[in-house]
Unconditional design. Structure first.
Length: 198
C-alpha cells in the first residue's frame, strides 16, 4: 500500500513539475508581450481615417457621386442606342422602310455610337484623373499627419492596421492622425483660398 501511495505521490509531483514548467514559458511570453513600451509601436486604421476625414466628406463623396452619375448617364445612352438599333432592325424586317432608308439610319446610328464611345472615353479619363488626384492628396495628408503626430519620434514603428491580425487598442493612434489630417486639410484649404484671392 505504501509503495502504491509513494508511486502516486512521485507521479503527481512529476505532473505538477511539468505543469509549472509549461506555465513558466507562457508567463514569460506574456510578461514580454506586456513589456512593449507604448511609444515603441503604433498602428493607424487608414481606412477609418480616410472615411471620417473632412477631405473625404467634402470632396470624396462629391467625386463618388459625380462618378456614379456619369456611369448612370453612360448606361442610359448605351441603352437608348441599343433600343434605336433594335427598332430600326424591326422596321426593316417588317418591310416598313426601304433598304436605302435603313442603310442611312444605320449609318446615323453608327455615327452616334462612335461619338458616344469617344465622349465616354474622354469623360472616363477625366474622372480617372480626378480620382487619382484625390487619392494622392488623401494619401499625402495622411502621411503628413502621421509624420506630425510622430514628430517627437516617440514611435519607432507605425503600421497600417489593415495588415494587423491582433493588437492592443492602446497602440491605435488613428484618432490623433484623423484630427491632424483634418487640421492639415483646413490649413491647405485656407492657403488655397488666400492664394486664389491674390
Amino acid at each position: 500500500m505504501k509503495k502504491v501511495f509513494l508511486t502516486l505521490l512521485v507521479a503527481a509531483m512529476g505532473f505538477v513539475a511539468c505543469e509549472n514548467k509549461a506555465a513558466a514559458p507562457a508567463e514569460e511570453a506574456q510578461a514580454t508581450a506586456t513589456e512593449v513600451v507604448e511609444g515603441d509601436l503604433a498602428y493607424v486604421r487608414v481606412d477609418y481615417v480616410l472615411a471620417e476625414s473632412e477631405i473625404f466628406k467634402t470632396e470624396g463623396i462629391a467625386l463618388q457621386e459625380k462618378t456614379q452619375k456619369a456611369q448612370n448617364s453612360w448606361a442610359q445612352k448605351e441603352k437608348n442606342l441599343q433600343y434605336e438599333a433594335t427598332q430600326l432592325q424591326e422596321k426593316y424586317q417588317k418591310g416598313l422602310i426601304t433598304t436605302a432608308d435603313a442603310q442611312k439610319k444605320q449609318a446615323d446610328i453608327e455615327k452616334k455610337v462612335a461619338n458616344y464611345q469617344t465622349n465616354t472615353q474622354k469623360e472616363a479619363q477625366a474622372l480617372d484623373e480626378e480620382n487619382l488626384v484625390f487619392s494622392n492628396r488623401s494619401q499625402d495628408l495622411i502621411m503628413r499627419a502621421i509624420q506630425a503626430v510622430n514628430a517627437d519620434k516617440k514611435y519607432k514603428m507605425i503600421v497600417n492596421a489593415t495588415a494587423l491580425l491582433d493588437a492592443a487598442e492602446a497602440l491605435d493612434i488613428s484618432d490623433a492622425v484623423l484630427a491632424k489630417v483634418n487640421e492639415l486639410y483646413a490649413s491647405d484649404k485656407a492657403a488655397e483660398t488666400t492664394a486664389s484671392k491674390e
